[in-house]
Design a protein around this ligand. Structure first.
Ligand code: ZN
Length: 504
């Protein structure tokens, strides 16, 4: 037993060093996206790549495999959910995946992604798909190559989906999405048959300082811990953590659009509260982090939409917002404001979409990923396929590719495959977790009306956050809700909320 303890300590020591390298790279990434002058870009890219390479080399070292093998009897002697057994299990899963991907490929893919991302930043504003086409074709080849490091799949997208949402497959996501589409389309039709909500009150002039200060105040009240984080401005809001004690968020401000800064801040604070809530004992190990892309997104969407766009939330916060912006909001009733932040409409851009139509945007992308990986859709035909499918789903056609296939960075900075389903899984899981929280604490909506958010926050810490990556998404859902992933609570949530707002 003493020997096992020595080996476990040796494993943890290595893992902490790897985590240090990765977190140092994350600090550089945060700096790049917030304060770094543009002149630093080239060297910064190299510095981050060096750290990533060192971390990767340290992790795929045969010595890590040997330690994991030696520790297997110890792991088997422990209960499944013990911290030590979970650490060994999750590390082994990561290790076995990492060693299948040749470092040569990692370098090739990273270099290609940088080139493609750089080209996208210029080609999107210029509406120039032709420039990106050869790059995207190469991305598709590389995505297939990546999937083929994991032979034995049912669908070629399966390994890529598995990276982000461990345990999910193309078939399981497809089945879930088909059901969701069938239930969502009638709701969208019923709402959009009515006069659209008036959201002109959100488009007045709201000075930056007031928006930023109100967002800070709001997320603090929700439970984001400022002694273990901070919020800065950036172009595309994100969350990044360097340790459980330092999880940072970013937002952006548009002075003629009140929705962006605040809801981006709440969204990112949701991601960050998850990571701030992980058990401190997991610091520096693979257990510190979120269970999956879908579970991570469930927390940002839960706080942003289920909480942040609820009636109770605004009963509490609206008087405060009116105090911050008296001239802009004195003639706007709570009723009007609440409808404005819940406006549902068919629109072109995923990131601006409301919570009812949002998933249709995701499903479109998910279907395209599968078709491209299957070889049924060529990259050269993608822009037109996009317009056609979009027209069929939304009754709209983007005026150009800039607001069509070029709008999202994902395929131009990473893989084709596995990068979108997590957003919709997040909506579904968020509603499912919230329903479980309500069952345990029916007083949550009344508490929120009075500005008390810790009933919900504490429940999330206890049931989800503190476990980090100990459980898979599937295990977590089973533990928390007593059943498998289900769209029923999400559909119920949409019916009850939008039924009231739009009398459908
Ligand atoms: Zn998110």
């Amino acid at each position: 037993m003493l020997e096992m303890e020595t080996e476990l300590t040796a494993l943890k020591t290595r893992l902490i060093e790897i985590s240090d390298l990765n977190n140092a790279a994350a600090v550089l990434g945060w700096d790049q996206a917030t304060y770094m002058p543009s002149g630093g870009a080239e060297a910064r890219g190299r510095q981050m790549a060096t750290l990533a390479k060192l971390a990767q080399e340290k992790f795929i070292d045969l010595a890590v495999g040997k330690l994991l093998d030696d520790l297997q009897p110890y792991e088997e002697s422990l209960p499944y959910d013990s911290d030590d057994a979970s650490l060994i299990r999750v590390t082994r899963r990561d290790y076995e995946r990492a060693i299948k991907i040749p470092p040569e490929f990692v370098g090739r893919f990273s270099a290609h992604s940088s080139e493609s991302y750089q080209a996208w930043t210029e080609a999107r504003p210029a509406n120039d798909f032709a420039r990106l086409r050869p790059l995207l074709e190469k991305t598709l080849d590389l995505s297939r190559e990546m999937a083929n490091f994991f032979p034995g799949y049912e669908h070629i997208a399966d390994p890529l989906i598995d990276f982000a949402d461990y345990g999910m497959k193309a078939a399981s996501v497809r089945a879930l999405f088909a059901e969701l589409r069938e239930k969502t389309v009638p709701i969208v039709q019923a709402i959009t048959a009515q006069a659209p909500a008036d959201d002109s009150c959100l488009k007045r002039n709201y000075p930056e300082a007031g928006q930023f200060a109100f967002s800070e105040l709001t997320i603090k009240r929700l439970g984001y811990d400022y002694t273990r984080g901070r919020m800065d401005k950036t172009h595309h809001p994100f969350t990044t953590g360097f340790s459980i004690g330092d999880v940072r968020i970013t937002t952006r401000v548009q002075e003629n659009w009140l929705g962006d800064c605040l809801f981006s801040a709440i969204h990112e604070a949701g991601h960050a509260m998850y990571e701030q809530g992980v058990d401190k004992a997991y610091e520096g190990t693979p257990l510190a982090g979120g269970a999956s892309a879908g579970v991570h997104e469930s927390q940002s969407r839960l706080w942003e939409n289920v909480v942040g766009r609820s009636r109770g939330f605004w009963e509490y916060f609206y008087p405060e917002l009116q105090k911050t912006f008296p001239e802009q909001l004195e003639d706007v009733s709570l009723e009007t404001f609440h409808r404005a932040v819940n406006k549902v409409e068919r629109s072109l851009i995923r990131t601006d979409a409301d919570e009812v139509t949002y998933n249709l945007h995701v499903m479109l992308r998910f279907d395209f990923e599968l078709e491209m990986l299957e070889g049924k859709l060529a990259v050269k035909d993608l822009p037109e396929a996009w317009h056609e499918h979009f027209q069929a789903d939304f009754g709209l056609r983007a005026p150009d590719d800039r607001d069509g296939v070029l709008q999202d960075v994902h395929w131009f900075a990473g893989l084709i495959g596995g990068v979108f389903q997590g957003y919709t899984l997040g909506n579904v899981l968020g509603a499912q977790f919230y329903a479980a929280a309500l069952e345990a604490h029916p007083e949550i909506p009344d508490d929120m009306r009075q500005g008390k958010f810790d009933t919900l926050h504490r429940w999330l810490i206890e049931n989800i956050y503190r476990h980090g990556r100990k459980y898979t998404a599937e295990e977590l859902v089973q533990r928390v809700t007593g059943g498998p992933i289900s769209i029923a609570p999400y559909i119920q949530y949409l019916h009850s909320k939008y039924g009231e707002l739009y009398k459908i």
